[in-house]
Design a protein around this ligand. Structure first.
Ligand code: SOE
Length: 391
């Protein structure tokens, strides 16, 4: 019998959409990756005891708790996984860092740049491992994009074109769920979706220096949510229709300058009818180009000016070979992976980072950089002027 691995006890705060994705991520990471520690799903925390218990039973969390502070204070907990709406990230992450716990935090990192900076200060002071879950960085095809750039195959980058488009609130009767309330979500798709795209642009192109942003509000009032309403799901609408105010924007368009001279655009909306979760980017350079589309997430389109002229054209690379990031841990070539695998990759890398004492990216420092670009976007949209990114 091989020696048992040391255990890494996880306490997760939140058990909705992201709680589920993270729980699965920890489970799959433990099964498919040879990790230095064994992640233990120790305790799940939420407010509705009955729903929490059902969640814990289904995902194999050993215990439940309704007070997040008690989870953070528990001696044997090593990692706090913050799977909450962003308005709650700062308080929980800071308390976790102060208690010496490693922090795995859902995106966007926080509702304001100030909160994000406070979170960064707390984790740096305590020396714990910290991570912001921009899960799309860990798609093998995105890793391949980065590899092609590092190998010089794209050359000098001129253009970034990012668009993250969804359509789950295009129906005016879709209820006023928490993503549409400023006090919980901070902003609309600008923070929720552009945060992913800005993180990808930082990863693939580089730092952003100035921003121009335009935001739009298409529907100002929506019915209050009934039973079962959640992100992507209208729930029960049979009750009386009482309206409430939408307090975030419905769409955000930014154009930006990068420090390396490239220019870029970002489009984030929940009103792109027919687009369910269309997270795309295009990068154009002096030697070649790349295109990624999350809805075809195993593929990367690549064009090379260095191919002989008669053979030039976009080719589609299926990023499922053993030589592509993470794929050795899954299935043989051509056996597709999906949305949930990004969470498993993040969990696996997070455990490795703790064991090695090395940073994982994106971490809270990267998260602050994302928030600083989004903050410049908000300032620009409010003033009608171009805004500088200020950290
Ligand atoms: C809703 O827009 C949402 O769940 C985002 O919050 C996630 O970050 C994105 O990956 C999918 O859509």
């Amino acid at each position: 019998m091989p020696d048992a691995k040391p255990k890494l006890n996880i306490g997760i705060i939140g058990y909705n959409f992201m709680g589920k994705a993270h729980s699965n991520g920890w489970r799959q990471a433990a099964k498919f990756f040879d990790l230095p520690f064994e992640p233990v799903l120790k305790v799940v925390c939420g407010r509705n005891e009955k729903a929490l218990k059902a969640f814990a039973d289904n995902w194999g969390w050993e215990e439940t708790e309704t007070d997040w502070r008690k989870v953070v204070e528990r001696e044997e907990i090593d990692v706090i996984d913050v799977s909450l709406p962003q308005a709650l990230h700062c308080e929980v992450a800071v308390a976790a860092a102060e208690a010496g716990k490693h922090v795995f935090c859902e995106k966007p990192m926080a509702n304001s740049l100030e909160e994000a900076k406070a979170m960064l200060a707390a984790v740096e002071k305590s020396g714990v491992t910290h991570y912001v879950n921009h899960n799309y960085r860990r798609a093998p095809a995105v890793r391949l994009a980065r590899q092609l750039i590092d190998e010089g195959r794209i050359g000098r980058i001129f253009h970034w074109r990012g668009a993250y488009q969804q359509d789950w609130i295009v129906d005016p009767d879709f209820p006023l769920t928490w993503h549409l309330k400023k006090e919980i979500a901070g902003t609309g798709p600008h923070g929720d979706l552009n945060s992913h795209s800005v993180d990808l642009a930082h990863y693939l192109v580089g730092d952003i220096t100035t921003v121009s942003c335009k935001m739009a509000h298409f529907i100002r009032e929506r019915p209050l949510p009934g039973e079962g309403a959640a992100t992507f799901s209208a729930g029960d609408s049979s009750g009386p229709k009482v309206m409430g105010e939408v307090t975030v924007e419905d769409a955000s368009l930014m154009h930006v300058d990068f420090a390396n001279g490239a220019i870029g655009s970002f489009e984030a909306t929940r009103f792109a009818t027919g687009r369910r979760n269309h997270n795309t980017f295009e990068i154009y350079g002096s030697e070649g180009s790349i295109i990624f589309d999350l809805e075809r997430m195993n593929e990367l389109e690549f064009y090379s000016r260095n191919d002989p002229p008669h053979a030039q054209g976009f080719r589609t690379i299926l990023a499922t070979e053993g030589c592509h990031a993470y794929m050795q841990n899954w299935w043989p070539p051509g056996h597709m992976i999906g949305y949930e695998h990004g969470f498993a990759h993040a969990s696996a890398d997070f455990v490795e980072a703790i064991a090695k004492g090395t940073p994982i990216e994106p971490n809270f420092r990267d998260g602050v950089k994302v928030l600083s670009v989004l903050d410049a976007g908000v300032r620009s949209a409010e003033s009608g002027q171009r805004a500088k990114v200020e950290i």
